[in-house]
Unconditional design. Sequence first.
Length: 94
Amino acid sequence: MNLRTALREARLQQKRTQTDVAERVGVTASMLSRWEVGTAPMPALADVERWASVLGMRLEVTLERTDDPFVRLRELLTDDQARAIVATYEALRR
């Protein structure tokens, strides 16, 4: 389970609205929605920490070095952008 999914599921289990959580995080409900579904890049670490804290969760980050350029690229793309790149790649392979 990825971070977006974990935070969304925690919100839903607590029966909290995006508006409620977003206000406490300090963003709009629209932005929180985009974070949850992956149409916006992941927010800054401080915002993720506030998001987790509002839901009674603690964020633990483990950093490790990777030389794989695709790992870094994936962190910079939204889910929609990644899907578009994969679709283009698959079309070119045909």
